[in-house]
Design a protein around this ligand. Structure first.
Ligand code: FAD
Length: 305
């Protein structure tokens, strides 16, 4: 069996595996797609000490760093079940069952898409999902935020300080965000809120040049000219496969304490799949390191198992 088996090969998982391997213990990584979300990311400018990089390049750096260590990397393998017996067992889609004394879950998350024409075509060419990451790329430009929940309104407030103008498009007749956020939003001069807006298409040529929506009350088709669209209709953690075993919150995020400890002894979690509030590369790497050190601490205390 492994001492530490990491499920997920994004920044969080890579960090956890390196921290574990540096303790000289038997470490493995199972990843559906080594690299994770950063494979879909263009510019990264907030990974501190690296002024600017691109997602695929950072993913290659992660892989190189992992290869420096004696880590058993099982890429293109999907975990489908976790069970705690004498060991923690992870079943893969191909039927194989891996056993480990401890497991670190770092299966990340994915942004929920609106599923309209233009969304995929203009991804990283005006269509963005992360205001902390990509907000500054739209300095002085006009953007829309799709979604009027807490994350949408937080994004709109954040962006309003950077961009020229923000249009919030909400499908329902009311915003769902907390009233304190709505109040703050309404105090900003460069924000327009459009409710009852069913977005239909993100338009553009090389880059985004506008967004179309139908006013659900009047049925009128509208088009707004702008340079960027932030989709803020939810971040979905990749945790469905855990079923009822590991405790998760209402959003499906694995509940961890500040040391990455879950409700199951020997099972730890890190990064975007957890209930950590902020989802960023540097944060997932930090929590991966924390989870690995917690796993090591657990192994030392349970040397007999
Ligand atoms: P992920 O990167 O999501 O990795 C999850 C890993 O788990 C992957 O290897 C995946 O294949 C694997 N996996 C999932 N399910 C299973 C399973 N059942 N079995 C096996 N493996 C599984 N953050 C920044 O800090 N700066 C930025 O500029 C930035 N820009 C971004 C731009 C975009 C378009 C996106 C989508 C995100 C961006 N982020 C950015 C956020 C950042 O990418 C994430 O916070 C970070 O990747 C989280 O790392 P993670 O390891 O927790 O999860």
């Amino acid at each position: 069996p492994f001492d530490v088996l990491v499920v997920g090969g994004g920044p969080g998982g890579a960090s956890a595996a390196i921290y574990a391997a540096r303790k000289g213990i038997r470490t493995g990584i199972v990843a559906e797609r080594f690299g994770g979300q950063i494979l879909d990311t263009a510019a990264i400018e907030n990974f501190i000490s690296v002024n600017r990089t691109e997602g695929p390049r950072l993913a290659a750096n992660l892989e190189e760093h992992v290869k420096e260590y004696n880590i058993d990397v099982m890429n293109l393998q999907r975990a489908v079940r976790l069970e705690k017996k004498d060991y923690v067992e992870i079943e893969l889609e191909n039927g194989a069952v891996l056993k480990s004394k401890s497991v670190i879950l770092s299966t990340g998350a994915r942004w929920r898409k609106v599923g309209i024409p233009g969304e995929d075509e203009f991804r990283n060419k005006g269509v963005a999902y992360c205001p902390h990451c990509d907000g500054p790329l739209f300095e002085g430009k006009r953007v829309a935020v799709i979604g009027g929940g807490n994350s949408g309104i937080e994004a709109a407030i954040d962006l309003a300080g950077i961009v020229k103008h923000v249009t919030v498009l909400e499908f329902a007749s009311e915003l769902k965000a907390d009233s304190v956020l709505q109040k703050r939003l309404n105090s900003l001069p460069n924000v327009t809120v459009i409710k009852n807006a069913q977005t239909t298409e993100i338009t553009g040529t090389d880059n985004v040049n506008g967004i179309s929506y139908i006013n659900r009350e009047t049925k009128a088709e509208q088009h707004i000219e702008l340079e960027g669209v932030f989709v803020q209709i939810g971040l979905v953690p990749n945790t469905d496969w855990l079923g009822e075993t590991v405790e998760r919150n209402q959003f499906g995020e694995v509940i961890v304490d500040r040391n990455g400890v879950t409700n199951i002894p020997g099972v730890f979690a890190a990064g975007d799949c957890t209930d950590e509030k902020f989802k960023q590369i540097i944060i997932s790497m930090g929590s991966g390191a924390t989870a690995a050190l917690s796993a090591f601490d657990y192994l030392v205390r349970h040397a007999d198992t």
